[in-house]
Design a protein around this ligand. Structure first.
Ligand SMILES: [Zn+2]
Ligand SMILES: [Zn+2]
Length: 254
C-alpha cells in the first residue's frame, strides 16, 4: 500500500499535467513532499519525540528552496542561512507550542517551520489515539487550525471532517457550523463552487467573513485533500475578491 506521502506526491503529479497555472507550485510541492517523507521515515525509525531533532534538517530545506523555491523564498532562505541552531530551535518551538500567533512570524519563516514540523507532527498524531467526535474548531491532537474540510461518503450523504494544517489529523465536524465563529444559521453560511472543479467548494461564513475549502470525496475519490487544496488557487482568488479571508493559509502562504 502506498504511504500517505506517496499518494500526495502522485496526486501532485497528476494535477500538474493539465494545470499550467499551478504547475510550478505543484512541482515545488512534490519536491518538498519527498523531503518531508524522508524526515517522516527517519523520525518514525527512531521514534523521535523531541522537536530539537528537526534542527539539522534546516540545511536540506534551505538547499531545496535554493533549487526550486520562489524568488521571495530563495531570498528569505539566503538570509536565514546565517541563523544559529538556537534560533532555529526557537522558531520550531514557537510554532509547535503555539507560543506565537503564526501571524507574527514572517510568512517565509512560518513556511520553514511548518515544512519541518508537518512530518514530525504527523508521526506523533498517528501514534496517538485522539477523540475526534466532538466538533472542536481546533485540532484535537495539536491545537492547530484546520487547513481544509473533507466530505466523505456515508450512507446517502457525506460527513464533513476537518483536516489539521499541521499534523493531518482528521476530525468530524458538523456540516452547518462555522469553524471560526460557530455560526450555525444556514442562511449565513453560503457555499460557492467553481465551474472547473465540481468536487471542490468554498464554505464561507457571512458573520466572520472567513472561508475554508471542502474537498468532496463522494464526487472525486481520487482527490488527495491537501494537494487538491493547493491546486485550486483560483478559488482562493475568487474568495479574496469577495472579501472572505482564509481560515488557515496553506504551507505556501495562500
Ligand atoms: Zn493537528
Ligand atoms: Zn464564521
Amino acid at each position: 500500500m502506498k504511504s500517505s506521502w506517496d499518494r500526495r506526491i502522485a496526486r501532485a503529479n497528476e494535477l500538474l499535467q493539465n494545470n499550467a497555472a499551478v504547475s510550478e507550485l505543484l512541482k515545488f510541492y512534490q519536491r518538498l513532499a519527498r523531503f518531508q517523507k524522508s524526515i517522516y521515515e527517519t523520525i518514525a525509525a527512531s521514534d523521535e519525540h523531541d522537536v530539537a531533532a528537526l534542527v539539522p534538517y534546516f540545511c536540506g530545506l534551505l538547499a531545496l528552496i535554493q533549487e526550486s523555491g520562489s524568488p521571495v523564498l530563495k531570498q528569505a532562505a539566503a538570509d536565514f542561512a546565517a541563523t544559529s541552531a538556537e534560533d532555529r530551535l526557537d522558531l520550531l518551538t514557537a510554532l509547535w507550542q503555539h507560543e506565537v500567533e503564526s501571524q507574527e512570524l514572517s510568512p517565509e519563516h512560518e513556511f520553514f517551520a511548518r515544512a519541518l514540523l508537518q512530518p514530525f507532527a504527523e508521526y506523533l498524531a498517528e501514534k496517538t489515539e485522539t477523540a475526534t467526535e466532538a466538533s472542536p474548531p481546533l485540532c484535537p491532537f495539536c491545537g492547530s487550525r484546520p487547513q481544509v474540510a473533507v466530505l466523505r461518503p456515508e450512507g446517502d450523504g457525506a460527513k464533513r471532517f476537518l483536516l489539521c494544517s499541521l499534523c493531518a489529523t482528521e476530525w468530524l465536524f458538523r456540516r452547518v457550523l462555522c469553524p471560526n465563529c460557530a455560526e450555525e444559521n444556514k442562511d449565513k453560511l453560503p457555499i460557492f463552487m467553481a465551474r472547473e472543479f465540481d468536487y471542490v467548494r468554498v464554505d464561507a461564513c457571512d458573520t466572520c467573513h472567513t472561508y475554508i475549502k471542502s474537498i468532496d470525496l463522494s464526487k472525486n475519490g481520487n482527490a488527495v485533500p491537501v494537494v487538491d487544496e493547493l491546486a485550486t488557487l483560483s478559488l482562493n482568488l475568487w474568495a479574496q475578491e469577495n472579501n472572505y479571508h482564509k481560515l488557515q493559509r496553506n504551507l505556501f502562504g495562500v
